[in-house]
Design a protein around this ligand. Structure first.
Ligand code: KG4
Ligand code: ZN
Length: 363
């Protein structure tokens, strides 16, 4: 199955769901014409996590300038834009509201259709922007707000095979980094600290390993890591201890992700008759140990694996514009009173699991 025929349409995408303010112009031949982005890392770093009010204010201050920059850089005039796509949720409600109000205003003033994009859908469809990947495929979304396995059969046709019962995986990295005083965001710091470490020195649990379902849990791992940090006391910061602990943590996460994804590939094979390609999205996909463990899994399972470039794996506007283009192609436009949603599953049949849900900034 190939992608539908395109006719040179350009969509403006807006992303303000978390701590990246971003605008992008993307054409339906999969060309990213402009994609200015401003991260708020510096504003949130002193707090060790994202502060929603600071995020909303920063989006408000920057978004219109970024949209103007996207238009100026690409030479695209508002009249050339076919539609305005914006992340409507899930995410932090203040930031979402800034993006959505801006998009509605532009749609109204320029007489363009509005496309309210689910943030998870934008991540789920990224591989079609980067590689024109045909449906169906399996997406492992591993970010600061989410840890999910989605079977993607088509635009709007998602089946959630697994999700986290507690923390998102990026959040687990961020919490470990906070315990160790490594700073925020934690994932890249933990990865750097793990270099040269012995991943087998400290015994850390791998919750859910071997379970028949495809869900994740990271709270047991986090608690075990905290116990080790307390036991070691100040010695935890000695380079060898720090490297071994971080490497052990990374290895535990990698094994959990591999085991759960292997199970999801089996489930997908039962559903489809053949195992689909695997796509990995979200900020944690940048982790090298995790990436190579997932590549090894794909090799073992005989499926192709696609990990989009980091700039399109973390939060960004081209993937919002792209999801908008896919929806526009199908006539899935939204009314101007569409609300922002702090929560919003991709698969409407997937109920939140009991006691479950990411507790991170997006919860
Ligand atoms: O996708 P993303 O940019 O934002 C969300 O939508 O959440 O993901 C950010 C998350 C953070 O929790 C960060 O610590 C984690 O991804 N992360 C990593 C790495 N780079 C970013 N985790 C592990 N290893 C990395 N190299
Ligand atoms: Zn995201």
């Amino acid at each position: 199955m190939s992608l539908p025929r395109r006719a040179g349409r350009i969509v403006l995408g807006i992303e303000t769901s978390c701590d990246e303010t971003a605008a992008a112009l993307v054409r339906d031949d999969r060309t990213v014409l402009a994609a200015p982005l401003v991260s708020q890392l510096a504003e949130h770093a002193p707090y060790g996590g994202i502060v929603p009010e600071i995020a909303a204010r920063a989006h408000l201050e920057r978004l219109d300038l970024l949209i103007a920059r996207a238009l100026a850089e690409s030479g695209v005039r508002p009249a050339d834009v076919a539609a305005i796509a914006v992340t409507a949720g899930p995410g932090l409600i203040g930031g979402l509201t800034v993006g959505l109000l801006t998009a509605k205003m532009l749609a109204l003033v320029h007489g363009k259709p509005l496309l309210a994009v689910n943030h998870l859908e934008a991540h789920a469809l990224t591989a079609r922007l980067t590689d024109a990947l045909p449906f169906p495929y399996l997406v492992l979304l591993v970010s600061g707000g989410h840890c999910q396995l989605q079977l993607v059969r088509g635009v709007g046709r998602y089946e959630r095979l697994g999700t986290t019962l507690d923390d998102a995986v990026g959040e687990a990295f961020d919490k470990l980094a906070k315990m160790l005083g490594l700073g925020y965001p934690g994932g890249p710091r933990v990865e750097a600290a793990a270099r040269g470490g012995d991943p087998s020195r400290f015994p850390l649990p791998r919750p859910m390993l071997g379970e028949r379902h495809c869900n994740f849990s990271f709270s047991g791992l986090k608690t075990a890591a905290r116990r080790l940090v307390l036991e070691l006391g100040p010695a935890v910061l000695e380079p060898a201890n720090l490297a071994d602990l971080c490497a052990g943590f990374e290895q535990a996460v990698a094994e959990i992700l591999v085991d759960r994804t292997r199970r999801a590939l089996d489930v997908a094979r039962e559903r489809l008759g053949t195992a689909p390609p695997l796509v990995v999205a979200g900020g944690v996909a940048a982790n090298r140990r995790i990436g190579s463990a997932l590549r090894a899994l794909a090799h073992e399972a005989g499926v192709a694996i696609l990990i989009p470039p980091p700039a399109l794996c973390t939060d960004n506007a081209p993937i919002v514009a792209w999801a908008g283009l896919e929806r526009l192609e199908l006539g899935l436009v939204d009314p101007l009173d569409v609300p922002a949603r702090a929560r919003g599953p991709l698969d409407p049949t997937a109920e939140p699991l009991l006691g479950a849900g990411a507790k991170g900034p997006k919860a």
